[in-house]
Design a protein around this ligand. Structure first.
Ligand SMILES: [Zn+2]
Length: 166
């Protein structure tokens, strides 16, 4: 016995069993193989598709990599490694600007103390005269920076160069 996936001229797909491939050919030629849905005798063998593709919900487009995936129906496909990366065409002016930005940053970094996450604390101490004024740089969350500004403490974001972001 052999099972064929068949499709009629109207596109209905169905399956049928035959003794062998020759039996199918004979019956089909005599118009004995008919579509169970519309009765059309004009049928042909459909491309056999692997069971997985039809019975389960098709995964977006990852046929090759059959990585074990947890059954999480609502989870959207992870962007993974194919996420688009920022790209840019850089004009000469832009290059010059970037060089200046880097200069400024290098100067700041060279002439200021890095205080890391203690920046808000240190900035406050200086502002309120607890310690001597000096140039410092470090990290502050947007909320912390906002709080400092609201207290009248002048802070500036350190210019960030695109290549340093990762
Ligand atoms: Zn049909």
């Amino acid at each position: 016995m052999i099972r064929y996936a068949l499709v009629c001229e109207k596109g209905h797909s169905f399956e049928s069993w035959f003794a062998d491939s020759g039996a199918y050919d004979k019956q089909a030629k005599r118009g004995l193989v008919v579509c169970p849905q519309c009765g059309a005798a004009k049928v042909e063998k459909a491309i056999m598709a692997p069971r997985l593709a039809t019975s389960k919900k098709r995964k977006a487009q990852a046929p090759a990599a059959e990585a074990p995936v947890a059954e999480a129906p609502a989870a959207p496909a992870a962007p993974a490694a194919e996420a688009p990366a920022p790209v840019a065409m850089v004009s000469p002016q832009e290059r010059e600007f970037r060089a200046k930005l880097k200069e400024l940053r290098d100067h700041l970094v060279k002439n200021a103390d890095h205080v890391g996450s203690k920046f808000p604390e240190e900035a406050r101490k200086m502002h309120y005269g607890e310690i001597e004024h000096r140039s410092i740089y470090g990290e502050a969350s947007p909320d912390e920076a906002k709080a400092l500004v609201e207290e009248g403490i002048e802070v500036h974001p350190l210019p960030m160069l695109p290549e340093e972001r990762n």
